[in-house]
Every structure is written in structure tokens, then in C-alpha cells.
Write a protein that binds this ligand. Structure first.
Ligand code: DC
Length: 229
């Protein structure tokens, strides 16, 4: 393990939207006593601020400026996990479908990726962290000690997302939710900078027919084996 990892190893969890990364990462972090860093929330925070500032998704000059002045923090209080931007709580606002689609576009821009890459490395370098995202094992921490690539079929991911949105009171159909999942996958996989792809040394986990508990137990066992090795 690298000498910089004074707090433990780095666990990278990558995969497409709706594969269960957030729930799994949160629970796994708790079991291991590690810090959970939701990098998707960081891209969402930038997208929300761009939307508020009327910045177009391809305006690299203004996006660079925005990223220079942005302060993103994660705050935990018991079970609550909050995302703060420049001190303000944006946890709910960053989760709408509208911000999600805008994030897919904004996260493809190089100035945004470069700025967040630096922030993510700073947050994780000491180890004892689990980072979830799309490019953690390939770009942010290619030297992470443990890497997972968590997937599920597009239909199953769409179904999970649909149930989440309906529970939140949003009016959507299952069909359109699956379509959006497929569309987001396409954007994330085909972009030029840091596209979504499995790192060669990442452990693939297909959660289509697995319960959260099954996925969690498998991952916890894998991390513990790697740490002990
Ligand atoms: O995981 P999520 O749905 O909150 O991610 C929102 C968007 O951000 C998604 O379109 C992919 C993008 N993203 C990224 O490009 N790189 C990351 N490390 C995390 C998320």
C-alpha cells in the first residue's frame, strides 16, 4: 500500500446510473468505517450551479470560472448525508431528473473533469475512503487497492429509478425512465474525456438478480481479503 494511505486503502466503485452504487457505497462505507465520496453528487452540484448561473453546458470559459470558485463538501449527521455547495445545502435539488440530464452533459466537459479530478484526489489520497463514480478506477485513482464495476441490466436499472422517482412524488412512466437510463449510458460511455468503462483490474458485479445484502456481503468480503493479502 502507498505510504500516503495513512487512513486505509482506496475502494473505487464505478458503473452506470441505477446499478445501486449509491446505496451500496453508503452501506459498505458504514460497515468498513470508511468515508463515502459520491463523485456524481459533485458533478451534479456543478451542473446545478451552472443552471442557476445561466451557463450553457458547452461554455468552457464560464464553466472553468465556475469550478474555480466552487466549494463542495459532504456533511454527515447520523444517517443524513448532505451535499453543500459554498456552504448551502443542495442535497435535494441535485437529484431531480432535469439536473441529472444536465449533469451528463456538463460532466463531459474537460474543464469540469479537470477541476473535480483535483478535488477528488485531494479528498481521497489518504485512503480510508470509498469513491463511487464512473472513472474512479480508470482515471481518478488508477492505483486504488480495490476496484469494483457494478452493473445491472438497463431494464432493471430503469425499474429501480422509476420506483425511486414515484416514491418522491414525481410523475413519470416506467418506459420513459428506462429510455432516459439508456440515453444517459450512451452519453457517459461515448464521451471523449474519461468515458464510463470498466478498469481491467476491476471486479465485475452484476446486481440484476442480486439483493443489496448479497452485493454488500460480496464486496465487503472482497475488500477484507484484499486488505489482508
Ligand atoms: O452517479 P450519478 O447519477 O449521480 O452521476 C451523475 C452524472 O455524472 C452521470 O451522468 C455521470 C456523471 N459522472 C461522471 O461523469 N463521473 C463521475 N465520476 C461521476 C458521475
Amino acid at each position: 500500500m502507498s505510504a500516503q494511505r495513512t487512513n486505509g486503502v482506496i475502494v473505487a466503485i464505478d458503473g452506470p446510473s441505477g446499478a445501486g452504487k449509491s446505496s451500496i457505497t453508503k452501506l459498505l462505507a458504514k460497515r468498513l468505517g470508511y468515508l463515502h465520496i459520491d463523485t456524481g453528487a459533485m458533478f451534479r452540484a456543478v451542473a446545478l450551479m451552472a443552471q442557476r448561473g445561466g451557463i450553457a453546458c458547452d461554455d468552457d470559459a464560464r464553466l472553468t470560472e465556475l469550478c474555480r470558485g466552487i466549494d463542495i463538501e459532504f456533511e454527515r449527521e447520523g444517517e443524513a448525508y448532505r451535499v453543500l455547495v459554498n456552504g448551502g445545502d443542495v442535497s435535494r435539488e441535485i437529484r431531480t431528473e432535469e439536473v441529472g440530464l444536465l449533469t451528463s452533459c456538463i460532466s463531459a466537459r474537460k474543464p469540469v473533469r479537470d477541476a473535480l479530478l483535483q478535488m477528488q484526489r485531494k479528498m481521497g489520497v489518504k485512503g480510508g475512503v470509498i469513491l463511487e463514480g464512473r472513472d474512479i478506477g480508470t482515471v481518478v485513482f488508477p492505483d486504488a487497492e480495490v476496484k469494483f464495476f457494478l452493473t445491472a441490466s438497463a431494464e432493471e436499472r430503469g425499474r429501480r429509478r422509476y420506483l425511486e422517482l414515484v416514491a418522491r412524488g414525481e410523475k413519470v412512466t416506467l418506459e420513459e425512465t428506462i429510455e432516459k437510463v439508456v440515453c444517459r449510458d450512451r452519453q457517459d460511455e461515448s464521451r471523449e474525456h474519461a468515458p464510463l468503462k470498466r478498469a481491467e483490474d476491476a471486479v465485475p458485479v452484476d446486481s440484476t438478480a442480486m439483493t443489496i445484502d448479497e452485493v454488500l456481503s460480496f464486496m465487503e468480503k472482497t475488500v477484507k481479503e484484499r486488505v489482508a493479502a
